[in-house]
Design a protein around this ligand. Structure first.
Ligand code: IPM
Ligand code: MG
Length: 356
């Protein structure tokens, strides 16, 4: 089992270090190799995703990823910005299926900005298509407009597009995931306005014919954004395109109280995967030892389950995380009165101890 460890920038290095410690005490044999990515790689090699890092990732069974980005790189040309590393890994590894669970832990109900009764027991799974849509669609760029409201004016444009196979494969992923849960899928689109998402809706409906045991509901993305804060527990599996999934998964993460708790998995057709916390590099708290390592530790659990075929080890980690929460240990992002505030390393150590 070969794991490429890419801590990245900001809090990435601190939180990945804790996840690596956890992986190392499971009694399993891993080959772990670390490489630079994002701003750190740009500093050292002049590129956010150096050839050597991409190769390492492609040759591994799984990638454990921290986070990339810092405000200081915002002025770089787009291809050199840290975010391009994650987009490049998704593209070159074909990581089309992004799983973003939003689970509200009982102990953290009070940390959400929503009323406890709305989110207690929340357990939804957002499945975001990750290699298509307006994120990767060509053509894109800047030019002088020849039509539209202001012919002759400078304009910018991107292309939203999805092919049938791209929609079919993510729909299959969603229906199959739903079969292991409560057998309900909400497909989120904007079919009332966009040709791309009318097609999305049509293809998802066709694929659904192969899953008569799963209930399928269609919802426009604006309504989905509203329903997510109105009655989040009405959702189970949500499947959507790249851009809508980006937005809705951030919204869903906040229902749970802290984005610091949410892992994610991005898989290709070979179950090779990239595992990362749903949060970013948080440059404002980087190096202070206060970042919450639990999302990364839980991402390592997802890695064991999805790419490394070690479900028992995954379960052990998840149980250990619940234990430390029950013990009242909290990093500042999930702290509330009456609990014990701890730093990144203490939290990681508590998980190690709880693993037994
Ligand atoms: C995410 C992030 C990325 C995205 C950025 C960093 C490119 O927001 O993983 O959700 O937009 O996909
Ligand atoms: Mg995002």
């Amino acid at each position: 089992m070969k794991i490429a460890v890419l801590p990245g920038d900001g809090i990435g290095t601190e939180i990945v270090a804790e996840a690596v410690k956890v992986l190392n005490v499971l009694g399993l044999k891993f080959e772990m190799e670390q490489a630079l990515v994002g701003g750190a790689a740009y500093e050292a090699h002049g590129h956010p995703l150096p050839e050597s890092t991409l190769k390492l990732a492609q040759q591994a069974d799984a990638v454990l990823f921290g986070a990339v980005g810092d405000w200081k790189y915002d002025k770089l040309d787009r291809p050199l910005r840290p975010e391009q590393a994650i987009l490049g890994l998704r593209k070159h590894m074909g990581l089309f299926a992004n799983f973003r669970p939003a689970i509200c832990y009982e102990e953290l109900v009070g940390a959400s900005s929503l009323k406890p009764e709305l989110i207690a027991g929340l357990d939804i799974l957002i499945i975001r298509e990750l290699t298509g849509d307006i994120y990767f669609g060509q053509p894109r760029g800047r030019r002088v407009a020849t039509d539209g409201h202001f012919p002759g004016a400078e304009e910018a444009f991107d292309t939203m597009r999805y092919s049938r196979p791209e929609i079919e494969r993510i729909a299959h992923v969603a229906f199959q995931a739903a079969r292991k849960r409560s057998k309900k899928v909400t497909s989120v689109d904007k079919a009332n306005v966009l040709e791309t998402f009318q097609f999305w809706k049509d293809v998802v409906t066709e694929v659904h014919a192969q899953y008569p045991d799963v209930e399928l509901q269609h919802m426009y993305v604006d309504n989905a954004a509203m329903q997510l804060v109105k009655a989040p527990k009405a959702f189970d599996v949500v499947v959507t395109g790249n851009m809508f999934g980006d937005i809705l998964s951030d919204e869903a993460s906040m229902l749970t109280g802290s984005i610091g708790m949410l892992p994610s998995a991005s898989l290709n057709t070979n179950n090779q995967g990239l595992y990362e916390p749903s949060h970013g590099s948080a440059p404002d708290i980087a190096g202070k030892g206060v970042a919450n390592p639990l999302a990364t530790i839980l991402s390592a659990a997802m890695m064991l389950r999805f790419s490394l075929n070690q479900p028992e080890a995954a379960e052990r980690i998840e149980v250990a995380v619940k234990k430390v929460l029950a013990q009242g240990l909290r990093t500042p992002d999930i702290y509330s009165a009456g609990t014990t505030k701890v730093g990144t390393r203490e939290m990681g150590e508590a998980v190690l101890k709880a693993l037994g």
